[in-house]
Design a binder for this molecule. Structure first.
Ligand code: PLP
Length: 463
């Protein structure tokens, strides 16, 4: 979470909120003010507390117009109800809540099946708070497996510079050298040649991303695996692959059944996904699955017995609500394979259609078309001098749209893009409105004497 430092510079609120808040007692209203720095001396009635907190939260954005995030912003009311019923269940307390644990087990099995685990009885898997925790666990397993080889150098992990920040965190926290393969020209993600070139005997694994947060493209997992097979023949180094399928592992099984990226490739040791992205569940739930017990060294697994049962666990945290796991199981029950296919196809259709419309506006060119993840990135054509992507992003904010603009990492820091993430609930109608709004601003943007905003500052969160 955001690491907050010290006291905010804002002056303490002067107190005395809406006179209605006190009910029949104006003195009470005067005493109610949202505490900023220390607890108030006295309690307030629950309705008042609710109103105070709700009023503050009004300032948050409209999640449905947020095209920056991959995270689910709408579920059916039935799912919300189920989650409300489960918030008091502690995931770790598998003895008290054996059925929640059972639903978690079923979700793991369902995902292992979607990802073509060759031996379903051999897999190991668990839920997490999201893909970040899942990636930490997968990275720890890779590191431990490497450590057991008895090599002496510093461990390294090979991946494209387009990895999500969680992999840089993993490397920093667990003291692994990140080998980030830079972008070059119009290569915006990891290729087999580059992956192999960066490997040596201390490489704990290669991370392949399905798909990249920067532009929505799938990395060529099968080709990376083939190159590593060839590397093993030459050198004897047996380097496992982890697939970061935070988004794509819930898209490809339904929309790209022919694409071989998962446990069908023997070198793929583990896969993660975010249940709260295209798994269609509110935050925060993620999943990670290992092909077999060899891929997950048993020392990393702790047996928890002091809540009554005897349960193997692998997690960074301990207590966690069971609601998200119940909600994930709900989406599996609710949609089935065909339901998932239809929902994901709708997102991809909207993405591809919107990308084409934007390309036809004139000043923009597409980096991706939305035909892999339902996500695409675009930039201004080289001859556009009057404005840049940051200007477009800021103008769209005036209409409530959150479309992030950001620069790419090394070696394409010269390239700045806008990115649109199409999620369930972002319809063709809304997409048409967005396109109209962009078109509406174009004459004003074209009349600028040059870009207004410094590209040094990205306009919004884009991971
Ligand atoms: C979002 C994302 C993550 C982090 O996932 P959280 O569920 O938000 O922790 C990791 N990798 C990729 C490729 C992502 O898109």
């Amino acid at each position: 979470m955001v690491l907050h430092s010290g006291q905010s510079r804002r002056p303490e609120s002067r107190g005395g909120s809406n006179p209605f808040f006190g009910g029949t007692d104006p003195a009470l209203a005067a005493s109610v003010s949202p505490p900023h720095k220390r607890l108030a001396d006295q309690p307030v009635p629950p309705d008042t507390a609710l109103q105070v907190v709700r009023d503050e939260l009004m300032l948050d954005g409209n999640a449905r117009l947020n095209l920056a995030t991959f995270v689910t912003t709408w579920m059916e009311p039935q799912a919300g109800q189920l989650m409300a019923e489960c918030v008091d269940k502690n995931m770790i307390d598998k003895d008290e809540y054996p059925q929640t644990a059972e639903l978690e087990r079923r979700c793991v099995n369902i995902l292992a099946d979607l990802w073509h685990a060759p031996d379903p009885s051999a897999i190991m898997g668990c839920s997490t708070t999201g893909s970040s925790e899942a990636c930490m666990l997968a990275g720890m397993a890779l590191k431990r497996r490497w450590a057991k080889l008895g090599r002496t150098g510093k461990p390294n992990l090979v991946m494209g510079v387009n990895v999500q920040v969680c992999w840089e965190k993993f490397c920093e926290y667990w003291e692994v050298e990140p080998r980030l393969v830079p972008m070059e020209g119009d290569r915006f993600h990891l290729t087999p040649e580059q992956a192999v070139e960066h490997c040596d005997e201390n490489t704990i694994g290669v991370v392949a991303i399905l798909g990249s947060t920067f532009d929505g493209s799938y990395e060529p997992v099968a080709e990376i695996v083939a190159a590593l097979d060839e590397l093993q023949e030459r050198t004897g180094w047996n380097i496992p692959v982890h697939v970061d399928g935070a988004s794509g592992a819930m898209i490809a099984p339904f929309l790209d059944p022919e694409l071989v990226w998962d446990f069908r490739l023997p070198r793929v040791a583990s896969i993660n996904t975010s249940g709260h992205k295209y798994g269609l569940v509110y935050p925060g739930v993620g999943w990670v699955i290992w092909r077999d017990q060899e891929a997950l060294p048993s020392e990393l697994v702790f047996n928890v017995n002091y809540l009554g049962g005897e349960m193997p666990t692998f997690a960074l945290n301990f207590s966690r609500p069971g609601a998200e796991v119940a909600a994930q199981y709900y989406t599996f029950v609710r949609l089935g394979r065909e339901g998932f296919r239809v929902v994901q196809q709708a997102s991809r259709d909207v993405a591809m259609d919107l990308a084409q419309r934007i390309a036809q506006l004139g000043p923009f060119e597409l980096l991706t078309k939305g035909d892999q993840l339902p996500v695409f990135a675009f930039t201004t054509k080289p001859d556009v001098q009057a404005f840049d992507v940051f200007d477009v992003s800021r103008r769209l904010r005036e209409r409530g749209w959150l479309v992030p603009a950001y620069t790419f990492p090394a070696n394409r820091t010269d390239l700045a893009v806008l990115r649109v993430v199409c999620r369930n609930g972002f319809t063709h109608d809304l997409a048409a409105l967005l396109c109209e709004h962009i078109e509406h601003y174009l004459p004003e943007l074209a009349a600028q004497s040059g870009p207004r905003h410094s590209p040094a500052t990205s306009t919004s969160f884009h991971h």
